[in-house]
Design a binder for this molecule. Structure first.
Ligand SMILES: Nc1nc2c(c(=O)[nH]1)N=C([C@H](O)[C@@H](O)CO)CN2
Length: 121
């Protein structure tokens, strides 16, 4: 099954970084998500409750970043994905997390992870 619900370029700020100066400031983060979902089911019923609500998931990520603090973006990505799988019953997700201001010579740096649920929803 190759259907997806995706979120692209979700921008927010968080306290994130390994250095002391980074723990006192907010820095930009950009999220791209691809979440596996059989889109035929919501399409048959025209029912929001049968799909992955990209608005609810986006709001969850914004709240997560406002409340939580990590050093590595790897740690943020892993914790966030684990919560999203549980909260929204995701079968599989690919998350790309960019920290655009981290390396001034680069447009962005970041991580990309793909995780599957241990149960099938
Ligand atoms: N793979 C990673 N490398 C680095 C990270 C990170 O989270 N993952 N973080 C930093 C610093 O916090 C950096 O962003 C400061 O500019 C360095 N390398």
């Amino acid at each position: 099954m190759t259907d997806l619900v995706f979120i692209e370029g979700l921008k927010t700020q968080a306290v994130i970084g390994v250095y002391d100066w980074e723990k006192k400031i907010q820095q930009d983060l950009v999220f791209d998500l691809e979440m596996e979902h059989d889109n035929r089911v919501p399409a048959e019923t025209d029912d929001l409750a049968k799909t992955l609500d990209y608005e609810a998931i986006s709001n969850y990520i914004l709240a997560f970043c406002a409340e939580r603090q990590f050093e590595l973006i790897e740690t943020l990505a892993e914790h966030l994905v684990a919560e999203l799988i549980g909260q929204f019953k995701l079968n599989a997700i690919t998350l790309t997390l960019r920290k655009p201001g981290a390396v001034s010579a680069a447009q962005a740096v970041g991580v990309k992870i793909h995780r599957k649920s241990t149960v099938t929803y």
